[in-house]
Design a protein around this ligand. Structure first.
Ligand SMILES: Nc1nc2c(ncn2[C@@H]2O[C@H](COP(=O)(O)OP(=O)(O)O)[C@@H](O)[C@H]2O)c(=O)[nH]1
Ligand SMILES: [Mg+2]
Length: 201
């Protein structure tokens, strides 16, 4: 649910990186953080010290444009992927304007990917996010692994038909920006549509 700050003339959008534990969600966010000018980004924060793997930061991407003359600030979150943190994950999903699913290409991580996809759909249902409308982008990460599952197989098993899919090696910073930019564009289109609806009612 995008938040409008009239005093700063900014709209804040929440983009949540999800996926199984250790698939590279934090690495994606750290890479994006490193690529943003320090004066247009906030701090990189670990949300809960006892859940060390949940990360957050916000920034103003310069190349995604504005919404109705408002600057757009993106708040990027990574959920803790481990099954035991379901309650924290549900909280992080709340109010999301878009989702990036980071899949792990490692052969032995397929069950974890499938469980994380199930968890994602459960959370979307819980919050009434429409599967056909909510911005959702898939990233097949760790393409550099020797034992990587084929991209076609991962796509077939994990990705929502019609959703964009990017291959990545996030620790080499390959595919990270492309994934974010596509998610960002979709989030902005979605937020614009939502605002148009609000104003026409
Ligand atoms: N081989 C490989 N390892 C990666 C890649 N991206 C992340 N990793 C490693 O996977 C581990 C988990 O990454 P992290 O970002 O903490 O995963 P998270 O639990 O999803 O946040 C770390 O050791 C990363 O260095 C990648 O593209 N290829
Ligand atoms: Mg993490």
């Amino acid at each position: 649910m995008a938040f409008i700050d009239y005093s700063k003339h900014e709209i804040s959008c929440k983009l949540v990186y999800c996926g199984p534990g250790l698939s590279g969600k934090t690495t994606n966010i750290v890479r994006i953080f490193q690529s943003v000018q320090p004066d247009s980004r906030g701090e990189l924060v670990s949300l809960y010290t006892s859940f060390k793997r949940t990360l957050f930061f916000d920034f103003l991407p310069i190349d995604l444009g504005d919404i109705a003359g408002f600057k757009v600030r993106f708040h990027l979150y990574s959920v803790p992927g481990q099954a035991c943190y379901a309650a924290v994950r549900r909280l992080v999903f709340r109010g999301a304007d878009g989702l990036v699913f980071v899949a792990d290409s490692g052969r032995e991580r397929m069950d974890a990917n499938l469980e994380a996809v199930r968890d994602l759909y459960e959370n979307m249902e819980f919050y009434n996010y429409s599967v056909s409308e909510m911005p959702l982008v898939f990233q097949l990460n760790k393409r550099d692994l020797e034992d990587a599952n084929s991209a076609d197989y991962l796509k077939e098993e994990l990705c929502t038909p019609g959703a964009p899919v990017f291959e990545a090696s996030s620790y080499q910073n390959i595919g990270v920006r492309e994934t974010f930019m596509e998610a960002g564009r979709r989030v902005m289109a979605w937020v614009r549509e939502g605002l148009d609806k609000d104003f026409s009612e």
